[in-house]
Write a protein that binds this ligand. Structure first.
Ligand code: ADP
Ligand code: MG
Length: 255
């Protein structure tokens, strides 16, 4: 039995000779909420792409729940229990949050029958539970195009959760959100972390501080360091490659 939910071993991904990921090693326990940070171009999106099977390793391997996913399609990997939240919300804008969640609970059934047949009681309960988790009970029956950007993000997170993934991958969930929405997103992810393993990629350091227990810093396609947010922020190498750069940017913004 393999205890880890995710193990990545000596992983290299080359694009025409350029190593977007370079001999990367990473592992995660079930139930962890892990935040990954790193400067632009560090390989963060590619890292998610190899977990979901969108990109295949040039060298090395990815084990999900102990299983090598190399020969599986993106679709098959998703069905093993990996859900990915993209930066732009993918929800049906002309349907309500409730209908969106009903569809997500019924991915394998026909869309029209989901909309026009009576929903079984157990499923209605699941949907109302999800609406509560994502804080959209008061807006459950409005069309999704009336939701704020943050509310659409939560709806999409709810739609992923509806499919009961073991591992949730979330790419920059608070980009473009208000401070209040950012904080609520943090609370949502922390509550989901009680029953899921979650990887969050994020730039917003204040948000990282709100949610992070363990942080992994990527730099030039490899893991530069791992630790608590305080450990990571005081690591001289990190300060040099990442926080230093951010501080420089802040200083430019001030001057
Ligand atoms: P991040 O998300 O950390 O900003 P990415 O994973 O998007 O970084 O990219 C890492 C590096 O790999 C970048 O230098 C990027 O230009 C390069 N890269 C990413 N995808 C491709 C691709 N399909 N072809 C060529 N180069 C790529
Ligand atoms: Mg990226």
């Amino acid at each position: 039995m393999n205890a880890k939910i995710l193990e990545i071993e000596n992983l290299t991904v080359s694009f025409d000779g350029f190593k977007a990921l370079n001999d990367l090693n990473f592992s995660m326990e079930p139930g962890e909420l892990r935040v990954i940070i790193g400067p632009n171009g560090a390989g963060k999106t590619t890292f998610l792409d190899i977990i979901t099977g969108k990109v295949k390793p040039t060298e090395g391997r990815v084990l999900f729940k102990g299983r090598n996913v190399r020969s599986l399609s993106e679709h098959q990997i998703a069905r093993l229990g990996i859900g990915r939240k993209f930066q732009t919300p993918r929800v049906y804008l002309n349907l309500s949050p409730r209908e969106n969640l009903e569809i997500a609970c019924n991915r394998n059934k026909n869309l029209l029958s989901t909309l026009f047949k009576r929903t079984p009681i157990a499923e209605r309960r699941t949907v109302s539970g999800l609406l509560e988790t994502i804080g959209l009970v008061p807006k459950a029956d409005l069309k999704a195009n009336l939701l704020s950007h943050g509310e659409k993000q939560w709806l999409e997170i709810g739609m992923l959760v509806a499919q009961s993934p073991d591992l949730l991958l979330v790419d920059e969930p608070v980009a473009g959100l208000t401070d209040e929405e950012t904080e609520k997103t943090g609370e949502l992810l922390m509550s989901l972390a009680e029953s899921h393993s979650i990887i969050v990629i994020e730039h917003d350091m204040e948000f990282v501080r709100q949610i992070a227990r363990q942080v992994t810093v990527l730099h030039q396609g490899s893991v530069l360091c791992e630790g608590t947010i305080d450990e990571v922020q005081s690591n001289p190498q990190v300060i040099e490659v990442y926080l230093g750069r951010e501080m420089e940017e802040d200083m430019h913004a001030v001057s």
